[in-house]
Every structure is written in C-alpha cells, then in structure tokens.
Design a protein around this ligand. Structure first.
Ligand code: IMP
Ligand code: MG
Length: 186
C-alpha cells in the first residue's frame, strides 16, 4: 500500500544516509569547537529542529544541556515568513553567561532566526552561535551569520526530517521536495 506521504513527494532531496553522515560530521566539529569552553547549551527551535537536535546531540561528545524555544510567524501563508515573529514557548534555562548554540531546521528569509538571535543576545550569553541543517541562501532577505550548515539547498519547498507539511510528516527520515501538483489537483 502506498504510504500517505507519497503523493506529496516529488523527489527525495537528501536521503537518510547522507543526512546522518553530515550530522555526525557537524557533531564532531561542534565537539572540537566547544571543548575548551567547558559549557554548551543547545537550544532547539521547535518544532522543526527537533529531529536534527536529537540526532546531532548523539554526536556531541562534550557535556551539554538542551532546551527548547517555540516561535511562530503570524499573518503568513505556507510559503512566506515576515518580520512578525513571536515567542510561543520560552526557554526554561537562563542564557546569561552561557555558551549558546541555536539548532534550527532551515533558514529561509532569515526573519525567524534574526528574531531568535536578538531575543537571546538581549539576555547576554557568553557566546551565541547558530547551527542549521538546511540553508536556502538564495531566499535570504535578512543577514544571518551561520556557524554550522548541514546543506545549502535550492529554493524548493521541502518536508520531512522535522519539517512539516501542514504539521504532518515530520517523522520522515529524509528531506523531500513537495510535489505542488498534489495540492492543485486534489
Ligand atoms: P524564515 O523566517 O523565512 O527564515 O523561515 C524559517 C521558517 O520557515 C523555518 O523555521 C520553517 O519553519 C519554515 N520554512 C521555510 N522553508 C521551509 C520549507 O521549505 N519547508 C518547511 N518549512 C519551511
Ligand atoms: Mg524552524
């Protein structure tokens, strides 16, 4: 029987093995870079970053804590983000004087991450870096300094591996390109 996601999948963009290999590499680099810091607080931006965080942290060998932040853009459709971002759920951890690494699924226009970074910077962390699995660099309208990137991807709407399609299919082990025809011909 065809699985529910299949009609929405145009093609697999990044398969499971490629994702996992790259995530292991990122984890090794983060471990090296934070070895001397003696502190690391990894902040996952919900919900999209959750698969990435849990896989990534398995490859981070320095002691670290995790926390979660949920944000949303409002007044927008499926495709566009605006500067109107708000916090839906704040961190439990204190950020002041901590070495903070934001873990995000995808950076598109950059509005969401600009907001998150400004909120965290105002709390005076010892350092603030950014790790994103996917970077749609060609769509950027706000400048964002990225310290760790999994994959730079083209301007295509993707889902799976934490990214949703109408809140579903975050559990897929790969990143797939959405078949837009499935929406117009339903
Ligand atoms: P930005 O504020 O435009 O950078 O958008 C970032 C947010 O938009 C991400 O955290 C995702 O939640 C969402 N997003 C952007 N592109 C995609 C995509 O291709 N698939 C699913 N979600 C996306
Ligand atoms: Mg996200």
């Amino acid at each position: 029987m065809a699985q529910a996601y299949e009609k929405y999948l145009k093609e697999i963009l990044i398969d499971e093995q490629t994702l996992q290999r790259r995530i292991a590499e990122l984890g090794r680099r983060i471990s090296e870079d934070y070895a001397a810091a003696g502190d690391l607080l990894m902040i996952c931006v919900l919900k999209g970053g959750v698969m990435f965080l849990t896989d990534l942290m398995r490859h981070v060998s320095v002691p670290h804590e995790i926390d979660f932040l949920a944000v949303s853009s409002y007044g927008v459709g499926i495709r566009e983000s605006t500067g109107n971002v708000r916090i839906d759920m704040d961190l439990k951890a204190q950020v002041e004087n901590r070495h903070v690494l934001i873990v995000e699924d995808i950076i598109d226009s950059g509005h969401t991450l600009r907001f998150v970074m400004d909120v965290l910077l105002a709390r005076h962390p010892a350092s603030l870096k950014l790790c994103t699995l996917l970077d749609k660099a060609s769509r950027r309208t706000v400048d964002i300094p990225i310290d760790y990137t999994g994959f730079e991807i083209e301007d295509k709407f993707v889902f799976g591996y934490g990214l949703d399609l109408d809140e579903k299919f975050r559990n897929l082990p790969f990143v797939g390109v959405v078949n837009l025809d499935a929406f117009t011909h339903d």
